[in-house]
Write a protein that binds this ligand. Structure first.
Ligand code: XMP
Length: 429
């Protein structure tokens, strides 16, 4: 392993992630571990140069003040003991805190600033090869950032031993399935199974208007299609997963409750008993993107905006029909193209269109035309828990309106959603 490491032990701080990220931003790799880790476990981690005991407001668990095992303080690795109540608390100013961390990791621990993507990738390749040996790995490749980066990394590590399955559920954005095939099969030479299951999904979704039912059907059908493909393949022992560090942190720690549970193989039957390969499980989202770029993935794949698993299915409100779904897909493509031309790509956090199941009267070619409206949603947020409405130039909205009403079949109006979250959620379903 090439990277030095600083371990952050979670003693009830709400800022474990902030501290770990700060250390990484100084060029030293850092991982968060639970407070009751043993000295033997610390010693089994590669190149640990220092330990930060990160106390905080959640330090009292079930009425008791938790602490590390006494052996940790005697294991010979430099320790920085910090607690918001103790003498050694973090300075309140972010600049000063960085100085304190920097002095500890470089002056006291003598860590090398060798955390970079090149070293990360070569370490992971070594780890993947050691885990997998000559075994075969299966990966559900959605085309999203995380699964795409895992695919690129696995291709580099084990090439032919990897099989990717791309399930097109018919609810992807314009050009997405084609891009997955182009990048992974044509450019990277991956073993890619492309399954066009659009008709199958649309049939299952017919007349289903309840959003949660729609989500459940899409999720369950996805697992079923993937399972069918997995059963056709022989001798697969491993399953690649695009799990990233926030998924693990948000699953809860010993001192902090779960924010959301982390879904692993979610729903695959027990007899498909795969061992997981999760090479991104210690990366934050921006690091995943940097890894993707370093592996040669195109920018529009690596920096793409978040896209929900049920895809356009939750933007074609109510019961999905083919023609209204096409109106969502086409209007979304126009919106993305215009945002890109206006230089807004990457500047607005998420933007998309919605088509509700209502019609209003309009005029087309001098005649009455009852058609759908398209709603534009463009928001900025840090964590998707709250969001503000993006300030889009009026002339751009006018241009997009003209294009959508002229080019998208069955649409005669365009509306802009001015609602922040709360009260509106980002998606409409
Ligand atoms: P909301 O609508 O809850 O969205 O404000 C917050 C973020 O989550 C995304 N989202 C989903 N992602 N499956 C997903 O994978 C879903 O069912 C889903 N629903 C919402 C949404 O696009 C936004 O980024």
């Amino acid at each position: 392993m090439k990277q030095d490491m600083i371990v952050v032990l979670d003693l009830g701080s709400e800022e474990n992630t902030v501290i770990a990220r700060e250390i990484r931003s100084l060029g030293v790799y850092s991982e968060i571990h639970p407070h009751d880790i043993t000295a033997a476990q610390i010693n089994s981690l590669p190149n640990v140069k220092g330990i930060i005991l990160n106390g905080g407001p959640n330090r009292i668990v079930s009425g008791e003040r938790i602490d590390v095992l006494p052996e940790i303080r005697n294991c010979g690795i430099p320790i920085l003991d910090s607690d918001h109540n103790g003498a050694e608390k973090w300075p309140s100013s972010a600049e000063l805190r960085r100085k304190k961390i920097s002095e500890f990791i470089f002056d006291k621990c003598k860590a090398e600033p060798n955390w970079n993507m090149e070293n990360f990738i070569s370490d992971q390749i070594e780890k993947i090869r050691a885990q997998v040996g000559s075994g075969k790995v299966l990966l559900a490749l959605s085309g999203g950032v995380d699964s795409s980066v895992v695919a690129a990394l696995l291709i580099k590590a084990i090439g032919e031993q990897l099989t990717c399955v791309h399930v097109n559920h018919g609810l992807l954005r314009q050009g997405e399935p084609e891009q997955v095939v182009e990048v992974f099969r044509n450019r990277m030479n991956a073993n890619l199974i492309y399954v066009d299951a659009s008709e199958r999904f649309l049939t299952k979704l017919e007349n289903i208007s309840d959003p949660e039912k729609k989500r459940k059907i899409i999720g369950a059908e996805f697992i079923r299609v993937f399972e069918e493909e997995a059963r056709k393949l022989d001798g697969i022992k491993f399953l690649g997963q695009g799990t990233i560090y926030p998924d693990i942190i948000e699953s809860g720690t010993k001192t902090v409750k779960t924010v959301k549970s982390h879904h692993n193989v979610g729903g695959l039957p027990d007899d498909l008993d795969f061992e997981l390969v999760e090479p991104l499980s210690m990366l934050f989202k921006d690091e995943v993107r940097a890894c993707g770029s370093a592996l040669g993935l195109p920018d529009n794949m690596v920096y793409r905006q978040p896209f929900p698993g049920p895809g356009l299915g939750v933007r074609c409100l109510g019961a999905i029909t083919k023609d209204r779904l096409e109106a969502v897909r086409h209007s979304d493509a126009i919106l993305r193209e215009e945002f890109s031309l206006a230089g807004l790509e990457g500047k607005v956090w998420q933007y998309f269109t919605i088509v509700p199941d209502i019609k209003s009267v309009g005029v087309r070619d001098g005649k009455r035309a009852d058609e759908w409206p398209v709603i534009i949603r463009a928001v900025n947020t840090i964590d998707a828990m709250t969001a503000t409405v993006a300030d889009i130039p009026f002339d751009l909205i006018q241009k997009i309106t003209m294009r959508i009403t002229n080019e998208v079949k069955g649409v005669n109006r365009v509306l802009y959603d001015f609602t922040p979250k709360p009260t509106g959620t980002i998606e409409w379903e």
